[in-house]
Design a protein around this ligand. Structure first.
Ligand SMILES: NC(=O)c1ccc[n+]([C@@H]2O[C@H](COP(=O)([O-])OP(=O)(O)OC[C@H]3O[C@@H](n4cnc5c(N)ncnc54)[C@H](OP(=O)(O)O)[C@@H]3O)[C@@H](O)[C@H]2O)c1
Length: 264
C-alpha cells in the first residue's frame, strides 16, 4: 500500500463491490466488511444509499475510512476504466472485485433490438470483463500477489426462459467470460461465478407471490441475501476455486419455469 493509504485501510484486504448502494450489493459489502475487508462501494444513481453502505461498513470494521464510495456508469467504457485506478489511489491496492451491479430491463424475443442488447451487454458483461482485466493488470504488477473476481450470475441460465431476453443473454455471455477469464487470468487471479435464485423481490411481484415462489424451490426456500453474500465471501477466500459457478438458489435451477419469476 502507498503512503497515501488511509491508516484505517492499511493491512486489510480491499474489495470493490459494484452496485453496492442497495439490495444484494449492499449485503455483500456489509458481509465482507464484517469479515474485515476494506470496501470500495460502487454506485451510479444511488449515491446516498452508497454513503450509508460505506458508513455501515465502517461501523462493522470499527475502522473509519475502511469503506469509501466510488461513482461509475458501467455502460460507459471510459467510466469503467477509471474505476479500479480510483480505488487503487484511495486504498493503495485492490485484492478483489465483486461484479454485482446489473441492468435488468424487460424485453422479449419479439421486442429485442440492438439498443436493449447493447445496454445489457455493456453494463452486465463488458464492464465485468474490464474490471477483471484491470484487477489482473494491477495484481500482476506486484510480485507474489493474488486476487479474485466474483461475477453475480443467475440460476435462470440453468433453467432458461425467454423473458428478459437481453438481460439473460448478457448473463449467459458473462458465464462464458467467467470460464475464459479463469483461464486467461490464472494463476494470479481466480474468477468465480455466484448464481442466486429468486432472492429479492421487485416492483413486479407482490409479497405473497414472492413468498409463494420462494416456497416452490426443491428446498422449500430460495436464497436469502445473507446466503448469497456468504457464498461470495467463501469464493473470495477459497484459494482452490476458479472457473466455475456456485448456484445458491434452493435448487431452483433443477426445476422448469416457463416464465421469469417477476412475470409469473
Ligand atoms: N435480486 C435477485 O433476486 C437476483 C436473482 C438472480 C440473480 N441476481 C443477480 O445478483 C446481482 C445483484 O442483484 P440485485 O437485485 O441487487 O441488482 P439490482 O438491484 O437489479 O441492481 C443493482 C445495482 O446495479 C446498478 N447498475 C445497474 N446498471 C448500472 C450501470 N449502467 N452503471 C452502474 N451501475 C449500474 C444500480 O446502481 P445505482 O442504483 O447506483 O444506479 C443498481 O442499484 C445482479 O447481478 C443480478 O443479476 C439477483
Amino acid at each position: 500500500m502507498s503512503s497515501a493509504t488511509p491508516p484505517a485501510a492499511r493491512g486489510a484486504r480491499t474489495v470493490l463491490v459494484t452496485g453496492a448502494g442497495k439490495r444484494l450489493g449492499r449485503e455483500i459489502a456489509l458481509t465482507l466488511a464484517r469479515a474485515g475487508w476494506n470496501v470500495a462501494v460502487h454506485h451510479r444513481h444511488s449515491q446516498d444509499d452508497a454513503r450509508q453502505t460505506a458508513a455501515d461498513c465502517d461501523a462493522l470494521t470499527g475502522r473509519p475510512g475502511s469503506a469509501r464510495t466510488f461513482f461509475a456508469d458501467l455502460g460507459i467504457e471510459a467510466s469503467v476504466r477509471n474505476l479500479l485506478p480510483a480505488v487503487v489511489d484511495a486504498f493503495g491496492q485492490v485484492d478483489a472485485v465483486v461484479n454485482s451491479a446489473s441492468t435488468f430491463e424487460h424485453d422479449s424475443a419479439a421486442s429485442f433490438g440492438f439498443a436493449a442488447m447493447d445496454t445489457h451487454l455493456r453494463a452486465n458483461t463488458g464492464a465485468a470483463v474490464l474490471l477483471a482485466q484491470a484487477l489482473h493488470a494491477h495484481i500482476a504488477a506486484g510480485p507474489g500477489r493474488n486476487g479474485a473476481v466474483v461475477n453475480l450470475l443467475d440460476q435462470k441460465l440453468w433453467n432458461m426462459n425467454p423473458d428478459f431476453f437481453s438481460y439473460t443473454l448478457s448473463k449467459a455471455a458473462l458465464e462464458a467470460a467467467n470460464t475464459m477469464l479463469a483461464l486467461a487470468l490464472a494463476p494470479q487471479v481466480r474468477v468465480v461465478g455466484v448464481a442466486p435464485g429468486l432472492t429479492l423481490t421487485s416492483h413486479l411481484l407482490s409479497d405473497d407471490k414472492f413468498a409463494e415462489l420462494h416456497r416452490q424451490s426443491p428446498l422449500g426456500r430460495s436464497s436469502t441475501p445473507q446466503d448469497v453474500a456468504a457464498t461470495v465471501a467463501f469464493a473470495l477466500d477459497n484459494r482452490s476455486i476458479t472457473g466455475t459457478t456456485l448456484l445458491v438458489d434452493g435448487g431452483q435451477h433443477l426445476m422448469r419455469f416457463e416464465r421469469d419469476f417477476s412475470l409469473m
